[in-house]
Design a protein around this ligand. Structure first.
Ligand SMILES: [Zn+2]
Length: 480
C-alpha cells in the first residue's frame, strides 16, 4: 500500500483503520514494533584469549537465550521495551577482569575504566554494556542515571538479564533496604524471620508488599503484611502477595519470576523517556488521552493527548508511538497517509490493550426510531422489529415501507438508507439504487447526500452485473 511507511506493524494498523474497523492492539510482538533498548554483550577472556568453558553464560546461545527470555517477560508484561541485541563479542587484552566478582566497587571500577577506553573495552555510549566474567556469580547493574553497564557471571538464572534490565529501567529490589539479617540467609519455606536482625525492605511502590530476600515461601509475605496465612487471604490480598513473590525484582524463584506492578511499569516508562535519545534505537513517543496539562513533549510524564499531536510534533524517523490503554481517537490524516506520514513509524501499547476508535459518523441520523415522537413511524418500526424477531422478512420490509411513508427529515433519510441496504442484501440492486437515490434527493446534508449517491452508483453497477450465484430473493416486495 504505502511504501513510505516501511514498518509492517503500522501498515497492518493502517490497513485496519482504512478498513473502517475499530482496532484492538494486542500484545507487542517480540521484535518490530517496540522501544528497542540496545544491549551490547562482551565476554572477558583469559590471558590466552579463551572464554570460560562452562557456566550458564559461556556460549552465544546462552547469551541469546537470556535476551529471548527477557523479551518474553517484557512481552507478557505488555511492556513497550524490548532488548535489541546489538552484538556478542569476545574481549581480549584485558584478562584482569576475567575472574572478577560482581560487587558494586568492581562494577564502578569497570565502568570508569571501560568508558574512557572505549576501544579496548568495546564500550558504547549508545547501549547498555554487558560484560560477562568467568566467575560463578550472577549479576549486578548500575541504576540510573549511570544505567549503562551490567556485569554478569556464570551463575545467572534464566531471568537474570531481565532482572538486571529492570535495574537499568530504574527499578529496585522488592526487598530494597532490608535489614542485614535478611541477607544471604535462606531459612526455608516455613519461617518468617530469617536472621535475628532481619527487618523487611521495600521498593517504594505501594502496589508491592514489604519483602525479605531470605523468605522461602509466599506465606512469609502474607503473614508479614496481613497477619494471616496465604490461604486465608482474600483474592485481592493474594494478588498482592503473588505480585511480590513472583516479582521480577525479587529474589524468590529466580528462574520463574516475571511480574511487575503498575507502579513499577510506570517507573520503567519514565526511564525509557529519559534515555530515549541515547539507549534506544527507536524513540518512544507516549500518547495518553486522559493525561491532563498543557505542556506535552511525548514523554511518559507529559504524553501527547492524541495520536495526531504525536505525529505532528515528532516528524523524526525511528519513532514508536506508545499508546496508553483505552480509547484513542483516530487521526484524520490516517485517511490519507501519503499526505503527511513519510517517516518510519510503529505503534504499540503498554500495560494492556488499546483501541483506536473509528472516526465519528460523517452525518447524523437517528437510530432508535422505536422511540420516535412520530406515532405512525414509531408503530411501524416497532412492528418491523417484531417481524424481524419472527424472521418474517417480507413483513419487515412492508413495515419499513409503511414507516417511510409517514416519516420526515432525518428519520425518513434513515429509513430510506435502511431500505436501500435491505434491498441490496436481497440482491435487488435496481430497487436498492432507487432508495439510495431517494435518500440522496431528500436531504440537504452534504455528507449524507454524497454517501447515498455513492451507494446508488454502486447499485447501478451491481444491477448491470447480475450475480448468477446469488439469485434475487422473492421474499421482499418490489418497490413501486
Ligand atoms: Zn538485582
Amino acid at each position: 500500500m504505502n511504501t513510505t511507511i516501511p514498518n509492517r506493524g503500522f501498515n497492518a494498523l493502517l490497513a485496519s483503520v482504512l478498513a473502517g474497523c475499530s482496532l484492538l492492539l494486542a500484545s507487542v510482538p517480540a521484535s518490530g514494533a517496540s522501544a528497542p533498548l540496545r544491549v551490547s554483550f562482551n565476554v572477558f577472556t583469559d590471558a590466552l584469549g579463551n572464554r570460560p568453558a562452562t557456566g550458564n553464560l559461556d556460549t552465544d546461545e546462552e547469551i541469546q537465550a537470556q535476551v529471548d527470555r527477557a523479551n518474553q517477560i517484557f512481552a507478557q508484561l505488555i511492556s513497550e521495551v524490548r532488548i535489541e541485541n546489538v552484538g556478542i563479542a569476545d574481549l581480549r587484552g584485558v584478562p584482569q577482569w576475567y575472574m572478577v566478582t560482581n560487587d558494586a566497587n568492581t562494577l564502578t571500577s569497570l565502568q570508569n575504566t571501560a568508558s574512557v577506553n572505549p576501544q579496548a573495552y568495546q564500550w558504547r555510549n549508545d547501549a547498555v554494556n554487558v560484560y560477562i566474567t568467568a566467575s560463578n556469580v550472577t549479576a549486578i547493574a548500575s541504576l540510573p542515571p549511570n544505567n549503562n553497564i551490567i556485569l554478569m557471571g556464570q551463575g545467572v538464572f534464566t531471568t537474570t538479564l531481565a532482572h538486571e534490565i529492570g535495574h537499568i529501567l530504574g527499578l529496585q529490589h522488592t526487598h530494597q533496604n532490608q535489614g542485614a539479617g535478611c541477607t544471604n540467609v535462606s531459612c526455608g519455606p516455613s519461617c518468617t524471620t530469617c536472621g535475628s536482625n532481619c527487618t523487611t525492605g521495600d521498593d517504594g511502590f505501594n502496589d508491592t508488599l514489604p519483602d525479605a530476600s531470605c523468605w522461602g515461601a509466599n506465606n512469609s509475605i502474607a503473614l508479614n503484611s496481613f497477619g494471616l496465612n496465604y490461604n486465608q487471604l482474600n483474592a485481592a490480598q493474594q494478588a498482592l502477595v503473588d505480585m511480590t513473590w513472583r516479582n521480577l525484582m525479587s529474589y524468590h524463584d529466580p528462574d520463574n519470576r516475571g511480574l511487575l506492578s503498575d507502579g513499577q511499569m510506570d517507573r520503567t516508562s519514565i526511564q525509557v523517556s529519559r534515555d530515549r535519545w541515547s539507549l534506544y534505537s527507536k524513540v518512544a513517543v507516549y500518547v495518553n488521552p486522559v493525561a491532563a496539562g498543557d505542556f506535552r513533549d511525548g514523554t511518559f510524564i507529559f504524553p501527547y493527548a492524541t495520536i495526531l499531536q504525536a505525529l505532528d510534533a515528532n516528524p523524526q524517523p525511528g519513532r514508536v508511538l506508545v499508546l496508553s490503554p483505552g480509547a484513542h481517537s483516530r487521526p484524520a490524516i490516517l485517511l490519507n497517509p501519503d499526505a503527511l506520514i513519510n517517516t518510519p513509524l510503529d505503534i504499540v501499547t503498554r500495560k494492556g490493550t488499546a483501541a483506536i476508535q473509528d472516526a465519528p459518523p460523517a452525518y447524523p441520523l437517528p437510530t432508535a426510531l422505536e422511540h420516535s415522537t412520530n406515532r405512525p413511524v414509531r408503530e411501524a418500526i416497532i412492528a418491523a422489529r417484531h417481524s424481524a424477531r419472527q424472521r418474517d422478512i417480507a413483513s419487515v420490509m412492508a413495515h419499513l415501507l409503511e414507516a417511510e411513508r409517514h416519516a420526515a427529515g432525518a428519520e425518513r433519510s434513515a429509513i430510506q438508507l435502511e431500505l436501500g441496504q435491505r434491498f441490496r442484501a436481497a440482491n435487488q440492486f435496481a430497487t436498492a439504487k432507487a432508495w439510495f437515490q431517494k435518500a440522496a434527493d431528500g436531504t440537504n446534508h452534504e455528507a449524507l447526500r454524497s454517501h447515498a449517491l455513492n451507494q446508488a452508483t454502486a447499485m447501478e453497477i451491481r444491477a448491470g452485473q447480475p450475480d448468477r450465484r446469488r439469485p434475487e430473493t422473492n421474499s421482499v416486495p418490489k418497490i413501486k
